[in-house]
Write a protein that binds this ligand. Structure first.
Ligand SMILES: O=c1ccn([C@@H]2O[C@H](COP(=O)(O)OP(=O)(O)O[C@H]3O[C@H](CO)[C@@H](O)[C@H](O)[C@H]3O)[C@@H](O)[C@H]2O)c(=O)[nH]1
Ligand SMILES: [Mn+2]
Length: 731
């Protein structure tokens, strides 16, 4: 028999591989020269040394750490691939497997219900047989507003879904669809337009009925509520909407202050259990409430991988990139996460597959609920220790088990209440080996890591038309808070038993472990960046050289490393559709995040490790402030953030202003430009790249400027640092 046509194809980027690898090689050679230069200083006779040991060692250690993280990052560049799919070759609809969609929301104050409902509606409208689609919403806030919103959305969906299929609408998130319409001129008339107008009115009514309900909020003390949303009156069951609808289920797990709830991972695990009583679909799509389906085709695209028998036995998940609808043209905060989704993930895809990215992935249920691949056990006692006491749940683990609990209301309620209770997981392996894991607030990263270590693979699929669109943080404050949480979660894994460089290599390839390692340890960049922003400056003002003279041959090595890393970054930016501006923005935000988020995230992770802090997951704020959005659109930094973030940034800038001016004066009067060139240049470069901070301090008058109180405090810190630092250097 002839082999069926393949469902997907991939392309290895040979040219990229060649450039990446040859650059890596040349850059490493230059690094070797640097290391030799630094190390040989330490073997010199202390009496003849020109510089004190301490700053030298600090700068050397920083260079080593940064080089190490760079080296880990080369693994992403080893073998990048891209993929294409052929959904038209999929089997008939009746042969497609069922899918459960999980959407998490946590707080109706920070996550506006209308937006959450838009995500829900876009998921219900996926292009997939409706009887095979089940949408579950986890509401961690236990807010009546969300439940109300879902009932209303369900009613609206009876109009919206048939409308979308009938006219082949591709934007199935109602808000996105209707706001795009506003720009289009309307000449009215045709049957379609009349129909559309009617739907639009219904949508407006839906929004109104949600926004008029007050209250809600989020609590940490509430019982579980599980409700399958159904029509409770027949009045709106008119018209041709008898057509099938996907199942919609509201789940709010029980939460008590005395029980840890493990944030999003905890919520997803409850959904895994509750859904196994209702639909138990073999595949699960996970979405954040701030992310909607921009295209209805993602489910079929994902099935092109999951249904390909050559890769499916070991395939755990298909990851789509996170793309955002609210990114401004200038994207000063690098919110498109370009490097992650355009360089790193395609690179991982050429190894064993991308890291789980929290949202926008289709995962195989057994990969979360089984041990290693195809290792089935029938030992009831063992199963109970892993999965808890529910026999129904254990029954559902058997492949092809079709749950029928939903027809028996009483048993259904009893069982799901049990599964969603906050004590169900006590003394089980949930969160430790089963489901989404709890040991890190970046549950996605940790869960992906353990899946890959068990031998599962994943696939990255980045079609030209984004399948999912989220809303990203659009101001510095939210960005830094989120960055702190991510850094903390990543380093938490780096410091745990799952540390990728130790736990990884015996279980997965070295290259894949290096990629995981690069992410886990990237928060540690705070150390080298803090050093580079303060040590050469202090030494410059004290006339101590830390770098080779311009006339020295080793100067070439330093210059080469600097230029080579900037040029390589620029090359990658341009290759992935960015511009010179993108390059500068990314350089800048990397520095800003290193001295703030990375620092605080790392401290947080270390404090959690030694038991001085509890884990916390502050969801990002999704309510927008018009003035802040305006600043963001204009590409102006919004410095309305706490002193905790603002002061380190500004203090570094003030220090560099001082050292640049002081250094120049010194060079002019003392005339040792040859020796001090690099240090003057470092300050200059930091100031040029971070010019918006200088501007925010000295030139802006608007609300987003740097507060003068913060500038004052920062100046004080810089002065104290210079004073104490100079004393230490002189001793
Ligand atoms: O206790 C909680 C906290 C959060 N969430 C939900 O988790 C999702 C992600 O939260 P968000 O505030 O949007 O955080 P982000 O930093 O934007 O999330 C990114 O980073 C997370 C890991 O830190 C991943 O889980 C996400 O998928 C990824 O988009 C949202 O749907 C929340 O409602 C819960 O369900 N329960
Ligand atoms: Mn988010």
């Amino acid at each position: 028999m002839k082999d069926p046509l393949p469902l997907h194809d991939f392309h290895v980027h040979k040219l990229s591989i060649l450039t990446h690898r040859s650059h890596g090689l040349i850059h490493s050679i230059a690094l070797a020269f640097l290391i030799y230069y630094r190390a040989s200083f330490l073997f010199q006779d202390p009496k003849t040394r020109e510089s004190p040991t301490l700053p030298w060692v600090l700068v050397f250690a920083s260079e080593l750490l940064l080089s190490f993280i760079w080296l880990l990052g080369q693994a992403y560049r080893w073998r990048p691939v891209t993929r294409t799919v052929f959904p038209e070759r999929l089997p008939e609809d009746d042969k497609l497997p069922p899918i459960d969609v999980f959407i998490c929301t946590a707080d109706s104050n920070k996550e506006p219900t209308v937006d959450v409902m838009n995500s829900v509606l876009s998921a219900m409208a996926l292009d997939y047989p409706p009887e095979k689609l089940h949408v579950y919403v986890s509401d961690d806030g236990g807010s009546p507003l969300t439940l109300h919103g879902m009932r209303e959305s369900w009613r609206f969906a009876r109009w919206w879904l048939p409308f979308c299929t009938r006219y082949g609408i591709t934007t199935r998130c109602p808000e996105a669809y209707f706001s795009a319409l506003e720009e289009e001129e309307d000449d009215g008339g045709s049957e379609f337009k009349i129909h559309r107008q009617k739907i639009k009115e219904k949508y407006e009514m839906l929004k109104e009925s949600i926004t008029k309900v007050k209250g809600g909020g989020s609590t940490r003390d509430h019982p579980s509520i599980i409700e399958v949303i159904q029509a409770n009156d027949t009045s709106d069951t008119v018209q041709g909407d008898q057509s099938k609808m996907p199942l919609l289920v509201y789940v709010s797990r029980e939460k008590r202050p005395s029980h840890p709830h493990h944030f999003k991972a905890g919520a997803l695990n409850v959904l895994l259990r509750v859904s196994s009583m209702i639909s138990n679909s073999p595949y699960v799509l996970v979405l954040d409430c701030d992310m909607h389906c921009n295209c209805p085709t993602s489910a079929r695209q994902a099935m092109c991988f999951h249904l390909d028998s050559t890769i499916s036995p070991s395939l755990a998940f298909v990851q789509f990139p996170q793309r955002f609808h609210n990114i401004s043209k200038k994207d000063i905060y690098d919110r498109q996460l370009r490097s992650l989704f355009s360089v790193q993930w395609p690179g991982l895809d050429g190894l064993k597959g991308p890291i789980l990215s929290g949202t926008g992935f289709y995962i195989k249920r057994v990969s979360l609920c089984g041990g290693t691949i195809q290792e089935d056990t029938d030992n009831l006692e063992e199963l109970r220790q892993s999965f808890g006491l529910s026999n129904e749940l254990i029954k559902s683990l058997h492949r092809n088990c079709k749950p029928n609990l939903i027809n028996d209301q009483h048993r259904f309620l009893k069982e799901t209440q049990l599964l969603a209770s906050c004590t169900y997981e006590s003394d089980t392996r949930w969160g430790k080996e089963v489901g989404f894991l709890y040991a890190s607030v970046t549950e996605d990263y940790l869960t992906g890591l353990t899946l890959h270590c068990k031998g599962w693979t994943s696939v990255y699929h980045d079609p030209p038309w984004p399948q999912f669109l989220g809303s990203c943080t659009t101001n510095l404050n939210d960005l830094l808070i989120q960055g702190t949480r991510w850094s903390s979660g990543l380093l938490e894994v780096g410091l745990s038993n799952f540390s990728p460089l130790i736990y990884g290599p015996p279980r997965m390839s070295l290259l894949e472990s290096m990629c995981y390692g690069e992410l886990a340890f990237s928060p540690l960049c705070f150390l080298p960046l803090w050093c580079f922003a303060t040590i050469p400056q202090l030494c410059l003002l004290n006339g101590i050289p830390l770098y080779p003279k311009v006339s020295n041959l080793y100067f070439l090595a330093f210059m080469f490393i600097f230029l080579s890393s900037l040029a390589k970054h620029l090359y990658e930016v341009l290759l992935t559709g960015g511009s010179l501006q993108t390059w500068r923005n990314e350089q800048r935000i990397w520095m800003i995040r290193s001295v703030t988020s990375y620092l605080y995230g790392s401290l947080d992770a270390i404090m959690k490790k030694i038991g001085m802090r509890e884990a916390s997951f502050l969801p990002t704020n999704k309510v927008t402030d018009d003035e802040q959005v305006k600043l963001y659109q204009m590409g102006k930094f919004d410095f309305q953030t706490s002193n905790m973030f603002l002061v380190p940034m500004v203090a570094v800038i003030i220090l560099n202003m001082a050292s640049f001016v002081g250094g120049l004066v010194r060079v002019i009067f003392v005339g040792n430009g040859d020796k001090m060139f690099v240090q003057v240049f470092i300050s200059f470069y930091i100031l040029i790249i971070n010019f918006p901070i200088v501007e925010g301090m000295m030139m802006r008058k608007d609300k987003g400027r740097v507060r003068s109180s913060a500038t004052l405090l920062s100046a004080m810190f810089s002065a104290i640092y210079l004073f104490l630092g100079s004393i230490i250097l002189l001793c």
